[in-house]
Ligand binder design. Sequence first.
Ligand code: PMP
Length: 449
Amino acid sequence: MSNAELSKRDLSVLWHPCTQMKDHEWLPIIPIRSGKGVWLEDFEGNRYLDAISSWWVNLFGHANPRINAALVQQLEKLEHVLLAGFSHEPVIELSERLVEITPPGLDRCFYADNGSSAVEVALKMSFHAWLNQGKTGKTKFVTLENSYHGETLGALSVGNVELYRKTYKPLLLETITAPSPDCYLREAGESWREYSLRQFEHMEKILRRQADEICAVIVEPLVQCAGNMRMYHPVYLERLRSACDRYGVHLIADEIAVGFGRTGTLFACEQAGITPDFLCLSKGLTGGYLPLSVVVTRNSIYDCFYDDYENLTAFLHSHSYTGNPLGCQAALATLDIFNDDDVIGNNVTLARAMQTATAELADHPHVAEIRQTGMILAIEMVRDRTTHEPWPWQERRGLKVYQHALQHGALLRPLGNVVYFMPPYVITPDEIRTLAEVARDGINLATTG
Ligand code: PMP
């Protein structure tokens, strides 16, 4: 079976996510035969270093022997059972462990099966918790400019990336948008901390004026990933937590992309020393193996729903694959790896290697900024580095980096004109150097002419 044969079959029956399918008249689909560690291999033996962890899900490599073994064992016992009225060992153990490792005060796990669904759960739970307390006026959510929380209509409503949102605007919930603390936009000479603090004043004003109609503020802690890997200082989260407490508003932390070590700590919220009211997790939760998500919340929220059936206060939300045993088992194996290996410690070394390997690009005439938070490093390509004038989006320069990287054995999938590394944690410093060379050459190619 060749790449071309499979692509032909693919293109006659599939409709791919987040894709203008007409592009595939000239941009080949790459059928992958196998994966091992950071490497993916196609049907002609070409290998690609998965620098973006297959959309930020993979933590410990493809075909990880420890996760594989756990799944094989689970397969022999139980593949799935509904989670209403029934339970199983993997979901109980996973919940116990999540309660233990997430910030203090988060005591209850509600499962779904993908990131967007977890966001829907958190939004509905927040609204409903207020409702059950008689606060009927709280119907709105505050979101940050440039945020992303998924593609289902509720999640899209609280997202703010125009590319995904604009078309569906007539279908979306009305939200309140606060300016982003995104430090790319800071003034020259201004620190991340100063800028994040300055931007927080807008949020404070919104909460002060409108708390009566607000259920929750939803944020991606520290890194707005789909919004071009824009980053901010933990002080913003610190202030936000305290303001939410002061004004009686929930805080939803969407750590779907940044959870499980991506930002340098197990959870990004730890860097601000805060506990959100709802913590949404997915992606890395199963090490990148299976679709699973969870909302971890407080017992005080849980208690708002706990009543006699006749009072109709229950949270009647469900997904068929909620808490799937195979997903939970993959998650347990993933947490075992965090326990057994010094993952967070080793990532410090890898993060430093990413910084060193890309340092030469800092003076590149078409690089405005190289920014990094833990295991996420982003390189912002621009037409003019002094004014930050971007290239016209129609030129699709990021796509040129993507194509160059594929030809040179790497899967880099820039977000617009932002090239980024978000690799599995099993990448080696040598592989990071190779990746940086591919990225550098790709950027040179893409910014010429
Ligand atoms: N929230 C964030 C922060 C995300 O990055 C994503 C996915 N990129 C989602 C939510 C949605 O997750 P899913 O794609 O699994 O629906």
